[in-house]
Design a protein around this ligand. Structure first.
Ligand SMILES: [Zn+2]
Length: 424
């Protein structure tokens, strides 16, 4: 992946005039600083919420790469020569410089002219805060056509954000198919399972560790905890630690963008009830505050990154709790194979954390119903509504894309490879 990230784009960065961003996840905006570094001088357009989140995500990615280089340099010693591995793909300074290219802000459902012959409309994709599908109406030398980019599509019926908007008709569709091969578990039972895990753990006198992604999942869990207290399913005295500077910043960005929320949630905000806050919520930005959590023996919910336990503060909390049978580890998201999270989920009896071998005695929960992605049925319904003549499948594993393609009817299906060019 490192090699692919640093590989040539397959086009001249300086030849690009406009970039339209669907949403601020790292796999969508993570190479913006590199684009700018390689000569892009155009305009990057996105929604107002995406603008704030993309800034956070790019700066965090730059910082992690810089740390990685320092770590490798310390471990590898000083053998004289330098090569590309000694440098981050981009630095914090590159990420900051890239912000100069953030131009106009897109507003949901408002058509605007990107440039002559190119009209764009951002449509709520219901995936993360500020996420959009992008509809382009194109005209060139009397020929006109339209392209709809799905971006990542959300899972309908979640409570914090709106469900994806109905897409317009488009001649061409470029769509994701992350979960093109499966149906999700319903949300309601997953929330019940989540509350149950917390209540049982507190009865045993332990802590609940939730390895979580900083963006979106952390805020959704805060919202579910808030609702659990409001509905009397969880105790008011709940002590929750959001132990991730990035998740704390993302939560603050969420609070500033109530235009993205589900109407009932937006109403709560308007009435002065912040559904992302809790009576016992602690934001621990500083390292010293994070270390202090280690002395909490029981009754704490600790949310920290990384979601896959591959790094970050959550490893310290696992070190202190995974060996205690009264504590619980609650997994609420995707865990790739080879990661510590995956090993624990798969039932490892013993794990090694910071060089210490620890027997897994804590109770392990895996709750699968919190996905931010549309499932196969939702993707198919969305595609059908577009009435597209041609459908380009992207953003999915090869075998999943092929399975998904087999379900599509009445459209020409393409599965483009990198650098492939199509005439519309
Ligand atoms: Zn995404």
């Amino acid at each position: 992946m490192d090699e692919e990230n640093s590989a040539p784009f397959g086009f001249e960065a300086a030849a690009i005039d406009y970039v339209l961003l669907t949403h601020a996840h790292l796999d969508h905006c993570g190479r913006f600083p590199l684009l700018a570094k390689r000569g892009f001088r155009g305009e990057i357009i996105m929604t107002s919420a995406s603008r704030e989140l993309a800034r956070l995500v790019m700066l965090d990615a730059a910082h992690l790469q810089e740390e990685d280089v320092h770590f490798r340099a310390r471990r590898g010693g000083h053998d004289g020569g330098s090569n590309d591995n000694d440098k981050p793909l981009y630095s914090t300074l590159d990420a900051l410089n890239c912000l100069d290219h953030f131009g106009r802000t897109a507003v949901y459902d408002q058509v605007f002219e990107v440039s002559a012959g190119v009209l764009a409309t951002f449509i709520d994709a219901g995936h993360i805060l500020g996420s959009a599908s992008i509809f382009l109406e194109l005209e060139e030398q009397g020929h006109s056509t339209s392209v709809l980019f799905s971006g990542d599509l959300g899972n309908a019926g979640r409570l914090l954000l709106r469900s994806p908007s109905k897409p317009p008709h488009a001649e061409n569709v470029v769509m994701e198919c992350t979960y093109g091969d499966r149906l999700h578990k319903p949300l309601g039972p997953s929330i019940e399972e989540f509350y149950g895990a917390i209540t049982e753990t507190f009865k045993r006198g332990g802590n609940v560790i939730i390895p979580t992604f900083a963006l979106e999942r952390a805020q959704e869990l805060l919202y579910y905890l808030n609702q659990g207290i409001a509905q009397g399913q969880l105790t008011k005295s709940l002590q929750v630690y959001l132990d991730s500077p990035m998740a704390i910043s993302a939560t603050e960005i969420f609070r500033r963008h109530q235009e993205c929320f589900e109407p009932a949630t937006a109403k709560l905000f308007q009435e002065g009830h912040d559904p992302l806050s809790l009576p016992g919520l602690h934001f621990t930005r500083q390292t010293a505050e994070s270390i202090a959590i280690n002395s909490v023996p029981c009754g704490a919910i600790i949310m920290a990154g990384s979601g896959m336990c591959s790094g970050g503060r959550v490893r310290h909390h696992l070190q202190h709790n995974i060996g205690r049978e009264e504590s619980s580890i609650v997994f609420v998201g995707y865990a790739a194979s080879g990661t510590l999270a995956r090993r624990i989920i798969d039932g490892a009896k013993q794990v090694s954390i910071f060089g210490e071998d620890i027997l897994v005695r804590a109770r392990i929960y895996t709750i699968n119903g919190f996905s931010a992605h549309a499932d196969q049925a939702e993707l198919l319904a969305w595609q059908k509504q577009t009435s597209a003549k041609r459908t380009f499948l992207v953003h999915g594993e090869d075998n999943i894309m092929r399975q998904f393609a087999a379900h599509l009817a009445g459209t020409r299906v393409e599965m483009p490879g990198p650098h492939q060019v199509f005439e519309l």
